[in-house]
Ligand binder design. Structure first.
Ligand SMILES: O=C(O)CCC(=O)C(=O)O
Ligand SMILES: [Fe+2]
Length: 288
């Protein structure tokens, strides 16, 4: 089995069709490699600050995180190039349609994390990212809407040997919750800078085994979830007010610096508000 690949120019409908059928695909040439390079440069200080290994103690965390893996989040605070990537129109054309059933008219960013997998790191356990919201999954399974739209993109050419993400195509449709993923069913998402893996939150995947002795696998995992579901990262506390005010409105919303409008811009309901108003209403000349 192989992961399907499509050029970004194939467009929203073709990409969505494969997402729904296979649970994931590689979109080639989605981002400008120069912007990815700029993000790399802008995150240099953050990379230098982080040692491999989990910052949260405990065997489970250490193993899932990876003892020779560097991770950090809050990317929106530190990189303008990341904001460009986060706002890529095709990401939202696909994301909005993919999350439609769960109210995709307004969603926010779940997380964006830098993940560097170091030499010798064993494969991460195959998992579903929607397990973040296990209670609702346990309660309503298998009648669930898509809960997250997930992407993962590298900073450089990533090979299987370097720990490319492993994915089990079709596993988003496994109905029995007890079915265990077998690593032998998984395939490597080999990619280059500018490409991205798109996948459903129900698709089994995990970081691959880095079998090299001297090469790191550097990537970002960026995902989105409906505004009524708590995201993994509390972006509004990671992104300062000063920085939020410099960002486009769409970025503000994705980062929790705007209210959640379940009915869209024209709708009545407003959640995640401040004194009944949009969080930044007072800063906005149009007052909305
Ligand atoms: O680093 C990777 O390739 C995947 C990481 C991942 O799936 C996760 O941490 O949830
Ligand atoms: Fe994951």
């Amino acid at each position: 089995m192989e992961l399907k690949r499509l050029p970004a120019s194939a467009g929203k409908e073709a990409i969505l069709e494969v997402m729904r059928e296979e649970g994931g695909l590689i979109v080639k040439g989605l981002f400008d490699p120069a912007v990815i390079q700029r993000m790399w440069d802008e995150l240099a200080d953050k990379r230098a600050e982080h040692e491999p290994g989990s910052s949260i103690p405990g065997e489970d965390n250490e193993v899932f995180w990876g003892r020779n893996t560097i991770r950090f989040a809050s990317l929106a605070q530190y990189s303008d190039a990341f904001i460009e990537v986060m706002l890529t129109p095709l990401v939202h054309e696909v994301g909005e349609a993919f999350l439609e059933e769960a109210g995709g008219v307004d969603y926010w960013m779940n997380t964006a994390q830098f993940i560097g997998i170091g030499p010798g790191e064993p494969a991460q356990a195959l998992h579903r990212d929607n397990d973040l919201w296990q209670r609702i999954c346990d309660w309503a399974w298998p009648k669930m809407p898509e809960l997250s739209f997930n992407t993962l993109f590298p900073f450089h050419d990533v090979t299987d040997a370097m720990g490319a993400t492993r994915v089990i195509p079709g596993s988003h449709r496994w109905n029995g919750k007890e079915r265990e993923p077998d690593p032998a069913e998984s395939v490597a998402a080999e990619m280059s800078a500018g490409d991205a893996l798109f996948y459903s939150g129900y698709t089994f995947h995990g970081g691959g085994h880095n079998r090299t002795s001297d090469q790191w696998r550097y990537a970002v995992q960026m995902s989105f979830n409906p505004g009524w579901l708590t995201p993994e990262e509390a972006h509004a506390f990671a992104v300062t007010r000063e920085r939020a005010l410099q960002l486009p409105r769409h970025a503000q919303r994705l980062l929790g610096w705007r209210s959640y409008l379940p009915g869209g811009e024209g709708g009545y309901d407003r959640l995640w508000g401040k004194d009944y108003e949009d969080i930044l209403a007072r800063e906005d000349p149009e007052g909305n």
